[in-house]
Write a protein that binds this ligand. Structure first.
Ligand code: HEM
Length: 557
């Protein structure tokens, strides 16, 4: 007869409970405080006191049971995640990342995610396992099958931080049908005819921008061009989204602290999006308090704009509110606040960062700068920077595309999660099986710098690759294999959730770049080392940079 001692019983019971918890946590990281509290705190607590009646003193049980419980849970998680039983076993990647997504914090906090993941792809190939259930992908062939498929939904990252009750902005909407309904509203406010209506606002801000640069450069040896471009972008987006609340160019300051806050919030989203359960703690951070203050500022601004109504000049707010068309169901106030705040965040840093990068590259390649200046001088006979004329300038477009190719402002790309199919099946993309519930991230930075997609010199700033005549002439030459895979050019993302503001951003960036080059001669500040620019670029979901000290000399008048 087998004798089971009370010690064995308590040990066995604890081990079984720990294994059950592993099964519950398997392939998901519960985003719910109650589940955490119950499974990881209450359960070991009950086991400690429950088995007390069977065996040993309370003190030994308080050490022994939690040790057995957490020891078993940890070992079973680690063994399973590395074992051939795990559905992602076939995919290569660093061991620590396979064991825990937590390890990816060591990449995130370097600020150089884009470069670190590129190194991982160089070592492991186009598919790298970057978490227990995460794949980082640099294969352009799967972009369309993933981004256009209703089975690959926005991942938990889009739900990373608690929002106001029941309000959800476009970016946070996961359900494709609901997303497409809301997206129609945005598309109306960002289509060609709406953009025409925004041109007077753009023209006013461009004039103010040029005046500001003239004033600043007259009194200083050099200016931080990146800072002034960001202020311009914030003021312009403020005009479009909130009825003109900002005047940071005039104040020479981020008066409402919005730029700072949007960086903090993006950073928190990226952290919570990297390890989803950490979001449980973010609402207790001081920045959360600031977000609440900012939300009440946003609410006041929105109410004020509603009261004033749309003036003579149209803006994006008008479309989001439905002032142009009363057939749509209006957004609730909290949703309107979220959407207009998102427009500001989505539209400010992205365009400003791309413009600063473009200026950096142009100053680094003087021949390119001269060619672009010549094109702009020939097209702009007055200081009227007509967006329609600029849209047709091939070299200007080539410079912007090449900048967006080398430095996409969302370098790590977007994240998707694969919904389980019938009988829990996964999906095959480009001959690879993706198990259900896998998180996927298609790296824009890696895809756009891969010589399989852009060749020759994928890491070099070479706008000519975008010009048709260069393509044709190089294609005919021996030994030069020219590649430009437009499917792999995804700085604005891809598919139904691609950037809604692409046309607005391109219009704004063409006008700003043309205005700067038409009005000024530029050079890097003498005492500044241009190598600092790329060293200071940081990827926290969106790309951010340091200062860009530039000497400006007015060219005319
Ligand atoms: C160079 C400038 C810009 C770049 C490179 C860019 C890039 C992107 C990318 C990569 C996304 C997808 C994000 C994700 O799914 O995680 C996105 C989404 C979005 N962007 Fe932009 N963006 C730019 C400027 C703008 C501007 C000026 C606006 C104007 C308000 C804007 C509005 C949006 C909106 C509304 C979305 C959400 C689209 C959706 O979920 O359907 N963006 N953008």
């Amino acid at each position: 007869m087998i004798m089971i001692s009370s010690s064995n019983l308590s040990q066995g019971g604890t081990i079984i409970c720990a294994l059950v918890v592993h099964v519950i946590f398997n392939r998901t990281e519960p985003g719910n405080k109650t589940a955490w509290f119950f499974l990881l705190i209450c359960l070991p607590f009950f086991l400690t006191f429950g088995f007390q009646s069977f065996h040993g003193s309370l003190f030994t049980n308080m050490l022994r049971i939690p040790l057995i419980f957490f020891g078993t849970l940890l070992s079973s998680v680690v063994i399973y995640r590395l074992s051939p039983l795990h559905p992602l076993y076939e995919y290569p990647g660093p061991v620590l990342l396979k064991i825990s997504r937590f390890a990816s914090f060591s990449i995130l906090f370097t600020g150089k995610q884009h470069e670190r993941y590129q190194q991982l792809h160089e070592k492991y190939g186009l598919y790298v396992r970057t978490g227990p259930n995460h794949l980082h992908i640099a294969d352009a062939k799967v972009i369309s099958s993933i981004m256009n498929s209703p089975r690959f939904l926005k991942s938990e990252r889009y739900n990373a931080v608690k929002r106001e009750a029941n309000a959800r902005g476009l970016l946070g909407i996961v359900d494709p049908k609901e997303h497409s309904r809301r997206r129609r509203l945005w598309d109306r406010g960002l289509n060609t005819s709406a953009l025409k209506g925004y041109q007077p606002l753009l023209e006013n801000r461009i004039n103010q921008f040029i005046e500001t640069l003239r004033r600043e450069s007259a009194t200083q040896d050099y200016i931080d061009l990146a800072k002034w471009i960001t202020f311009f972008s914030l003021d312009f987006m403020g005009d479009l989204a909130w009825g003109g609340v900002f005047n940071s160019m005039e104040a020479e300051n981020d008066v409402n602290g919005l730029l700072y806050l949007s960086q903090m919030v993006t950073e928190i989203h990226e952290t919570a999006g990297t390890v989803s359960w950490t979001r449980l703690f973010y609402e207790h951070l001081p920045v959360s308090e600031k977000t609440v203050q900012q939300l009440s500022f946003a609410k006041r601004t929105v109410l004020d704009r509603i009261k004033r109504g749309c003036g003579e000049t149209s803006d994006l707010f008008m479309y989001l509110l439905g002032e142009h068309d009363t057939t749509d169901e209006p957004l609730s106030l909290p949703t309107l606040v979220l959407e207009t705040s998102f427009a500001l965040i989505a539209g400010t840093d992205t365009s400003a960062m791309t413009l600063a990068n473009a200026c950096f590259y142009l100053l680094s390649y003087p021949e390119t700068l001269s060619r672009l200046k010549a094109e702009i001088d020939a097209a702009c006979t007055t200081t009227d920077f007509n967006p329609n004329i600029l849209a047709g300038l091939p070299y200007l477009n080539a410079v912007l595309y090449e900048t967006l190719r080398l430095q996409p402002v969302v370098p790590n790309g977007v994240q998707r999660v694969l919904l389980p199919g019938p009988v829990g099946r996964g999906e095959v993309v480009n001959n690879r099986y993706i198990p259900p519930r896998t998180n996927l991230q298609i790296s824009t930075y890696c895809v756009q710098r891969d010589s399989a997609n852009f060749s020759p010199c994928p890491d070099r700033f070479w706008p000519d690759r975008w010009l048709l005549n260069i393509r044709d002439s190089l294609n005919g030459q021996d030994r030069v294999e020219f590649r430009l895979n437009e499917e792999a050019f995804i700085p604005f993302s891809y598919g139904p959730t691609a950037c809604a503001g692409k046309s607005l951003a391109l219009m704004e960036m063409r006008v700003v770049l043309a205005a700067i080059l038409y009005e000024f001669d530029l050079a890097f500040a003498d005492e500044w080392d241009p190598a600092e620019w790329e060293l200071n670029l940081e990827d926290f979901y969106t790309l951010r940079g340091g200062s860009l000290p530039v000497v400006l000399r007015p060219r005319k008048g």
